[in-house]
Design a protein around this ligand. Structure first.
Ligand SMILES: [Zn+2]
Length: 426
């Protein structure tokens, strides 16, 4: 082995990924050559220059990119499946805010956050944008737990200084100073995890707090995440609070939450064409969380409209409004939701194909984190090895049929190896 080949690793298997939403790239008995943390290339036949390097042969197993979760409340892991027959605002008051108060207790936070990160990785999530609570110290702990587990992504300390219960609200100045402290304590501390500014949503943040967050975003060059247009009553609530704005998205834009670094907006169900155009211009990412939308509002987001308008879209579990923690399951939920949307629009906006939904779950959301979510040269090697031999079959299946069956009827036990940025993760 020559010196320049020292950091090279080669993996062999049945490879599938989506360089574009239009379709899968598959390679039977293919080779992925990885140098340090990044993919060098994918080959049908291994070039001679690599002949002397050990090949990790996964045989008939599938090799696919890791999954990306663009929106997950790590603080709601203990409430998964609770109160999902309620509407959003009632659910927040009845269950969610009460649960989030517990994260002042670092022991509780440690147990819950360890469980959440463990579940994400077990289910093949390799990058995630996570929400903590209003508590700075436990948000820092969440980032530490995620980084130690090898996960890549962001953690936000949530900001809430109005329209919130007395037992779960911040003083504006405290919210600002704790956010600055959170940034100073975490920015640059970890290789693959970092802070993200996280106003809960417009109703829960005063203009004064929003202005301050804008300054923090600019000062530290940070990304932003929040919620937009999840529910009709929420929309009416926002209109009552801010009659001076033409729509919900314009409020975030006015307060500088769009267009600095990329921003993630979860849900985006009831958005106008003008809001979609604004989001496209501002490089906003939609975190599409179909399970949460079905659970709390019986709604479907106009994902085809976003894609046609050139808006970035990724998938999110939205734990705990969403009850499933596997992005694999969010893929089929997104396809189902898109079929409902197609029918609702009299077939004007076509349902997502499997390739499109898989793209959203990998490269679509992955682009928020850099070159992530594909096996094209230069991409971080985030990969899952899938052993689907326990999924009953009589007829021979090709790679795509096997991948579809894993997505619809497989589970975390089929994921036998995981890599994040070239590192083997357990
Ligand atoms: Zn959410």
């Amino acid at each position: 082995m020559s010196i320049c080949q020292k950091n090279i690793k080669i993996y062999k298997g049945q490879i599938a990924y989506t360089p574009t939403p239009e379709g899968f790239m598959t390679v039977e008995d293919g080779f992925i050559v990885v140098e340090a943390s990044k993919v060098k290339d994918v080959y049908c036949t291994l070039p001679n220059k690599y002949k002397n390097i050990h090949v990790e042969d996964y045989g008939n197993n599938l090799i696919i990119p890791g999954f990306i979760d663009l929106h997950s409340h790590a603080s709601q892991v203990a409430n998964r499946g609770i109160g999902l027959d309620k509407e959003l605002l009632d659910w927040l008051l009845a269950h969610t805010f009460k649960e989030e108060t517990k994260f002042e207790d670092m022991n509780y936070a440690e147990a819950a956050y360890k469980e959440h990160i463990n579940l994400l990785i077990k289910n093949g999530t390799t990058r995630a944008s996570l929400l903590g609570t209003i508590h700075r110290e436990s948000a820092e702990l969440l980032m530490d737990i995620a980084a130690r587990a090898g996960l890549g992504g962001f953690v936000g300390k949530v900001n809430m200084d109005r329209e919130s219960p007395d037992y779960y609200i911040e003083n504006t100045y405290h919210s600002i100073s704790e956010t600055e402290k959170f940034i100073r304590n975490t920015l640059g501390k970890y290789k693959m995890m970092g802070p993200i500014i996280t106003p809960r949503f417009v109703p829960a943040t005063t203009p004064q707090l929003m202005w301050a967050l804008r300054e923090i975003v600019r000062k530290f060059d940070l990304p932003v995440q929040s919620h937009l247009s999840e529910d009709i009553k929420e929309l009416e609530y926002v209109k009552r609070l801010h009659p001076e704005f033409i729509d919900y998205a314009s409020i975030y834009n006015y307060f500088g939450m769009f267009g600095q670094r990329p921003t993630i907006m979860a849900h985006c169900v009831y958005v106008s064409d003008e809001e979609i155009a604004l989001m496209a211009r501002s490089g906003v990412y939609v975190a599409h969380c179909p399970a949460a939308n079905f659970n709390l509002s019986g709604s479907v987001a106009p994902i085809r409209k976003f894609l046609l308008a050139g808006v970035n879209v990724g998938l999110g579990t939205d734990i705990g409004a969403g009850h499933v923690i596997s992005i694999k399951d969010v893929i089929w939920q997104a396809i189902q939701a898109s079929r409902v949307y197609e029918l609702r629009t009299n077939h004007k906006y076509k349902a997502l194909t499997t390739a499109e939904a898989f793209y959203l779950a990998t490269k679509g959301g992955g682009s928020f984190f850099g070159k992530v979510g594909s096996f094209e040269p230069g991409y971080d090697f985030d990969a899952l090895v899938i052993d689907d031999s326990n999924i009953f079959t009589v007829n021979p299946r090709n790679i795509l049929e096997r991948l579809e069956r894993f997505i619809y009827i497989g589970d975390h036990r089929n994921i036998v190896q995981k890599f994040i940025a070239g590192e083997h993760v357990i």
